[in-house]
Design a protein. Structure first.
Length: 208
């Protein structure tokens, strides 16, 4: 066994249900990076060709998935594809992979704004090496935030275009009617006053 100058993760004593994995592999650094991004409680030491991982045994399946991804034959080819997409900003080419993780369809994802599609694909690139739970969690977080933002926008637009409440309209109507009636009453009183004044003048003229 060669020296292992690198370490990452949490303090060993903080890991419950502790188990250990010793592995000779040229992908030790990739495994360590993926573990850092995952939700697996772990502490690791690694070098160029080996890695020792202390981890919570409750996450054995997730750990095995990370290790499996690092050792798969298609690993290098996929990394090249991810780098190509990154270099050409053609992230949307990864929508089929994103759709598979999210258990949805490419058509559904294409209904999202283009920036959200790119955000999803970039997150897929960043978290591809992690366990499926972590990858799904990060992608779903983007979808959820986008949905909440859309709902908030819809609610805002709904409030902005809502006509005045009925009680406000009724109050305005009643107010206008009261003003109209008051004006009519003033006119009536003025006509009656003028009528009395004419009658009084006529009576005075008749007496003289």
């Amino acid at each position: 066994m060669s020296d292992m100058p690198f370490s990452c993760g949490a303090d060993i004593d903080s890991i419950e249900n502790r188990e250990i994995l010793k592995l000779e592999t040229s992908k030790a650094a990739n495994i360590a990076i993926a573990l850092e991004q995952s939700s697996i409680p772990f502490s690791a030491k690694y070098g160029e060709n080996e890695i020792i991982v202390f981890y919570d045994g409750s996450y054995r399946q997730e750990l095995e998935e990370v290790v499996s991804k690092a050792g798969m034959e298609e690993y290098e080819a996929l990394l090249r594809e991810l780098k190509r997409c990154s270099a050409e900003s053609d992230y949307t080419a990864l929508l089929p992979e994103v759709a598979e993780v999210l258990h949805t369809t490419v058509g559904t994802l294409k209904k999202r704004p283009l920036d959200i599609q790119e955000h999803l694909c970039k997150a897929y690139v960043d978290y591809w090496q992690t366990d499926r739970y972590t990858l799904h969690r990060e992608l779903d977080r983007i979808v959820t935030l986008d949905s909440r933002s859309y709902d908030d926008l819809q609610e805002y637009e709904k409030k902005s275009h809502t006509p005045p409440k009925q009680e406000h309209s009724e109050t305005a109507y009643i107010t206008r009617e009261m003003q109209k009636q008051a004006a009519e009453e003033v006119c009536r009183q003025r006509r009656e006053a003028e009528k009395r004044e004419r009658q009084q003048r006529e009576e005075r003229n008749y007496r003289t």
